[in-house]
Design a protein around this ligand. Structure first.
Ligand code: BGC
Length: 829
């Protein structure tokens, strides 16, 4: 069983920001970075609190241009709690930067969702031991708690404690964005309605979201606050507390946070005050919070031993803190960097492609809510298509509050100091990711109600956009999609061309063809009244859909030297001297920045930031990929795919955390050792801050969820389908583990347990009145009834070739079935 504790020893200013991100606590509604409560934002510390879906836009003047950016707003900081010795020679506030600290330890308990911090301050020759415990409540999503225990060691005397809410915060957590406007909080007001309670309210500058926090601070021994005052944007309470040598004093700060986006409230301030007044005491809050996490872990049970298992658990913890069951009640998407920092301004990209497949099998309601976020913005996506003279839906590359395109117009290369045009908005493939997610959600859950209503409309409008965007080229006898950017963001134009975008991106075209095909499937299966209603409402005529079929079969996929070309002309670009760049720069993940700073451009080279063509190996199973190409009239045999994999492996710098994940996935079936190296990189991405200082600006949610899904779907070959669970396990395991397992939710069964060890698969279905679960193995189908455990053997397959029914069952394939009493564990392997 992997460890549940994540620990950091000592105070290391250089690592503080990464720790703050990795020790952030959240509940899906809001999250707060793991910053020291006694420190305000500065070069070392960055306390930040963010609520899902809470955005604000400001205009900035940079590089002689007026640019508008929408940010996920850094909300007032509820953490501040500082202390000092008022009667000595040194009456300054104690912080780890101004006073010696001994034995600092941060201890994140993943099981209970509690962050503990212990340290000992030295001031004026006196030692003060501090233990803090904090939570962002998982059951009461508008509550947080900071408990502080103070113990005088070897002295007695008075201490002053200040507890505050800080409304002076700005969005300034990302160095590269510092020249951009970041003052999002306006009309800051504060008050102290009752002894021990303060409140602070404000509203966001342009989106007008009202925000209110209330804090109730109690000090053991009934110390009375000397005032509840509001000064310059902060609500402050101060206490004088007598300390006796060796006797611990507890200060509990309970905080309520509401915004006007919340449901079932009248106004945020009233809601926050009422909630904090009614909040139970700290012990009860701790207990109910632990119980809520317990329930969550039961739905997300997994067992991967060793280091990999510990990291996966941390990843899962952060996924659940960003997207929790509370997300169901929100209008929020999947923020690429969690609710953990300000990188990418809290925007929503295509990263949900790596998150939803995991959630579908554990928290399908959350997946549905995230797809609904997209559906609510479908009209906006249709407007975006219409603005360019096309029909259908063009989803934005970066999405925030209302679904308009939020991608920045210019971005800073920190290496050169230059602001450069940003063409990443041409990544229209994001629409295919939305459609793919709708489809796979339905496959995993069988939620036909969703598919037939919002799902169908979303898929159809995205398909319609592709059909209208593809232009027939008579010379080629195929359709082309031109002027786009693929997943590899290094290539946003042809060298020496003034026009942005590249043509015939293989990933874009293959996925567009897939979306068109699925859209036609949906139209075929939609009940007549629903179909008529949908066609009437969207103005689609079925005649037009014949054209869809044609486009889906005739989109152009360029090839060169026997491999799939990332886009037309990729093979004509110059080769980069990779060794030279590695030698000169060491870390070349952000090769684009290096080249631009040299006065060159990545557009000139066969050099990719991240998996682009190889993304196809992530989205499609080996046979699915073959079928997708066959549908397009291309023959993609094993040898040409292997050549393609080799080709891009040598030409990718992995400047995105998603890249190593996708490479691990794509290689898992073919080259185990190479796959494991990439999986390890994906696992280490955030904990070792591999992307050069970016973790401190927020976690990489897609890569985190993707590593979980790597165990769940890639290693097992799991494909949930409405009629059966398909499984085609690989004998490759996460390094260092002999067996691994996890539980999934599928078709009403809560907690179907899958356990894999070399050559053996065990499936246990929990007892219930539901129908048996059909398990389709490559060579046979078994049916596992509720209360039953089935152990099946599968052949060790070093390569990508599937063991099929034609091969017959492996020699020792006697499936063993046992009945387990309800609620008991399955038999051990
Ligand atoms: C990657 C994108 C990703 C974005 C947000 C970028 O660096 O290139 O693929 O969507 O980060 O995670």
């Amino acid at each position: 069983m992997a460890a549940w504790i994540w620990e950091y020893e000592g105070y290391e200013p250089d690592h503080e920001r990464v720790r703050e991100s990795l020790c952030a606590l959240g509940n899906g509604v809001f999250a707060t970075r793991g910053a020291a409560p006694e420190c305000a934002a500065d070069a070392v510390h960055y306390p930040g609190t963010y609520a899902a879906g809470c955005y604000d836009r400001l205009v900035s003047n940079v590089a002689g241009q007026q640019v508008e950016n929408e940010d996920m707003v850094n909300l007032p900081n509820w953490l501040p709690l500082r202390f000092r010795l008022p009667n000595g020679a040194d009456t300054s506030w104690l912080t780890p930067d101004t006073h010696p600290v001994h034995g600092q330890r941060l201890r994140l308990d993943l099981r209970s969702g509690v962050l503990e911090r212990t340290l000992c301050y030295e001031a004026d020759g006196r030692r003060l031991a501090v233990r803090q415990v904090r939570l962002v409540h998982m059951a009461h999503p508008h509550l947080a708690l900071l408990r502080t225990e103070l113990t005088a060691e070897g002295w007695s005397g008075e201490i002053e404690v200040e507890s505050a809410i800080d409304g002076t915060v700005t969005n300034s957590g990302v160095e590269r964005y510092r020249q951009l406007a970041g003052h999002h909080l306006a009309h800051v007001r504060a008050g102290a309605p009752a002894p021990g309670t303060v409140w602070l309210s404000c509203r966001t500058a342009t989106s007008g979201i009202r925000v209110a926090l209330a804090a109730r601070t109690t000090v053991e021994g009934n110390a009375v606050p000397n005032a509840g005052v509001s000064t310059d944007g902060r609500a402050v309470l101060a206490f004088r507390v007598p300390l006796t040598d060796g006797r611990r004093i507890t200060v509990d700060k309970t905080v309520a946070l509401h915004t006007s986006c919340d449901r079932a409230i009248s106004d945020p301030l009233h809601a926050a005050l009422d909630r904090v007044a009614r909040a139970p005491d700290a012990d009860a809050l701790l207990e109910s919070h632990r119980a809520a996490w317990d329930r969550l872990w039961r739905n997300a049970e997994f067992d991967v031993p060793g280091e990999a298992g510990s990291i996966l658990r941390l990843h899962l913890f952060h996924v659940l803190q960003t997207l929790s069951p509370h997300t169901v009640d929100l209008d929020a998407g999947v923020p690429a960097r969690g609710l953990h920092g300000e990188a990418y301004r809290g925007h929503v990209f295509w990263d949900e492609l790596f998150v939803l497949p995991y959630l579908n099998l554990h928290f399908p309601e959350v997946s549905r809510a995230l797809l609904t976020y997209r559906h609510r913005r479908l009209e906006r996506a249709c407007d975006a298509a219409r603005d360019t003279g096309r029909t259908g839906a063009r989803y934005p590359w970066q999405s925030g509050s209302d679904g308009r395109e939020e991608t920045q117009q210019i971005h800073l290369n920190p290496r050169s100091g230059r602001w450069l045009p940003d063409h990443s908005r041409l990544q229209h493939h994001v629409g295919s990711a939305v459609a793919y997610n709708v489809w796979t959600y339905w496959q995993a859950t069988g939620d036909t109600d969703f598919l037939h209503a919002r799902g169908a409309e979303t898929i159809l409008q995205i398909a319609r956009f592709w059909a209208d965007t593809a232009v027939y080229d008579t010379g080629l006898g195929r359709y082309r999609i031109r002027g786009v950017v693929g997943p590899d963001e290094y290539h946003d134009a042809y060298p020496d061309s003034d026009a942005p975008g590249i043509d015939d991106n293989a990933y874009t075209n293959v996925t567009a063809s897939w979306v068109l095909t699925r859209a036609l499937d949906v139209l075929r299966t939609l009940p007549a009244p629903l179909k008529d209603e949908l066609l009437g409402r969207t103005g689609l005529d079925t005649g037009g859909t014949e054209h869809w079929e044609d486009v889906s079969r005739k989109l152009y996929v360029p090839h060169h030297q026997g491999v799939i070309s990332q886009f037309e002309g990729y093979g004509d670009l110059a080769e980069l001297d990779w060794d030279d760049y590695r030698h000169r720069y060491g870390d070349i993940r952000r090769l684009d920045r290096i080249l631009e700073a040299e006065g060159d451009t990545a557009n000139r080279y066969q050099a990719s930031k991240q998996a682009d063509v190889l993304m196809l190996g992530y989205l499609f199973t080996p046979s699915g990929l073959g079928e997708a190409f066959h549908h397009l009239g291309y023959d993609l045999d094993e040898a040409s795919w292997q050549r393609t994999v080799d080709y891009y492996l040598r030409r990718t710098s992995h400047g995105s955390t998603l890249s190593s994940l996708v490479h691990a996935w794509t290689l898992a079936r073919a080259r185990r050792t190479e796959a494991w190296a990439f999986a390890r990189e994906a696992l280490m991405g955030d904990i070792a801050d591999l992307q050069g200082g970016t973790t401190g600006e927020g976690i990489h949610l897609g890569a985190m969820a993707g590593t979980l899904d790597l165990v769940q779907r890639c290693l097992t070959g799991l494909e949930p389908r409405p009629e059966a669970l398909r499984l085609d396990p690989l004998s490759v395991l996460y390094a260092g583990s002999e067996a691994y397992g996890f539980a999934i939710r599928y078709r009403g069964h809560w907690g179907i347990r899958l356990r894999l060890s070399a050559g053996r698969l065990q499936v246990s279905v929990p007892d219930s009145d539901l129908a048996p679960v059909r398990i389709e193995l490559p060579d046979r189908t078994v049916s596992v009834a509720p209360g039953e455990t089935c152990t099946a053997s599968f052949p060790d397959r070093p390569g990508r070739r599937r063991h099929t029914r034609a091969d017959g069952p492996p020699p020792d394939s006697e499936d063993v079935r046992e009945r387990c009493p309800a609620g008991s564990d399955p038999p051990p392997d």
